[in-house]
Design a protein around this ligand. Structure first.
Ligand code: DGL
Length: 273
């Protein structure tokens, strides 16, 4: 096998603080079925969104270092919190391409040229203003209103996706955005798409008809573009392998991952990073 062939066969590394990044893995597996993926969910240290930027960078560097030992052709940062503060550090650390979620999310939410956009994310993502900067780079005339929605992360990790509690939380978080008459709502955290039914219901109950957008499929399209650009696409046609790693509780992660990915999961390995 030529060195280029060998490189094309290497997996794509993906990480997040826990389950959330599986929304991106799901989209990659659907759009690029021949690609192998190694996923790391750093669930021993979830949530990232309530921590300082300095701590998030340190956690991200250790996740990337672990995935690098697997031999990757590219790294996908499936975490908005990390993408909003750690991209320069990760690009310096890794030898191959590194893709974050902010650009894909901003491109997806501005696609229909709305004039009022709502963004929800973790406290860290919102504090960084990364989405305001990127959305206004693409659509300078657009008004961006943002709110942090920290309780959505533990709710998603717990699998508490529908019912009174997530609906009440969603209504509290979305009320200020509904008052601003947003036309589109960007889910600026990879955990949040798991709560889409509750989020959509809350918007309806608040009298807001904003469309809900997440970055997962836009991310998969960006991954394909990056691989093409580097001549690294695996076009073999054989189904790629999925390897899952966590830093805690592999059993509960296995059950949740099988549900979200809608595919048979071999096993989940617990690692100390
Ligand atoms: N899913 C992550 C994000 O997109 C992080 C959530 C958290 O750990 O707080 O921001």
């Amino acid at each position: 096998m030529s060195p280029l062939e060998h490189k094309k066969n290497l997996p794509i590394g993906v990480f997040d603080s826990g389950l959330g990044g599986l929304t991106v893995v799901h989209a990659i597996r659907k759009a690029l079925p021949s690609e192998s993926v190694v996923y790391l969910g750093d669930n021993a240290r979830v949530p990232y969104g309530t921590r300082s930027a300095q701590t998030v960078v340190r956690y991200a560097e250790s996740c990337a270092a672990f995935l690098q030992t697997m031999g990757l052709k590219m790294l996908v940062v499936a975490c908005n919190t990390v993408s909003s503060v750690a991209m320069p550090a990760l690009r310096e650390q890794m030898s191959g391409p590194v893709l974050g979620v902010i650009e894909a999310g901003a491109a997806a939410v501005t696609a229909g040229r709305p004039s009022r956009i709502g963004v929800i994310g973790t406290a860290g993502t919102i504090r960084s203003n990364a989405y305001i900067r990127e959305i206004n780079r693409l659509a300078p005339e657009c008004l961006v209103h943002q709110e942090s929605a920290p309780l959505f992360v533990p709710l998603a990790e717990e699998g508490w996706l529908e019912g009174e509690v997530p609906l009440l939380a969603a209504k509290r978080y979305l009320e200020p955005l509904a008052e601003k008459k947003i036309e589109v709502l960007l889910l600026g955290c990879t955990h949040y798409p798991l709560l889409t039914p509750s989020i959509e219901r809350a918007l309806i109950e608040l009298g807001c008809d904003a469309a809900v957008v997440d970055s997962a499929s836009a991310m998969a399209a960006s991954v394909r573009n990056v691989l093409r650009g580097h001549d690294l696409e695996n076009d073999k046609g054989k189904k790629g392998i999925l390897d899952l790693y966590v830093t805690d509780m592999p059993g509960s992660f296995h059950a949740a991952a099988s549900r979200f990915l809608n595919e048979e999961i071999k096993g989940v390995t617990c690692v100390d990073i």
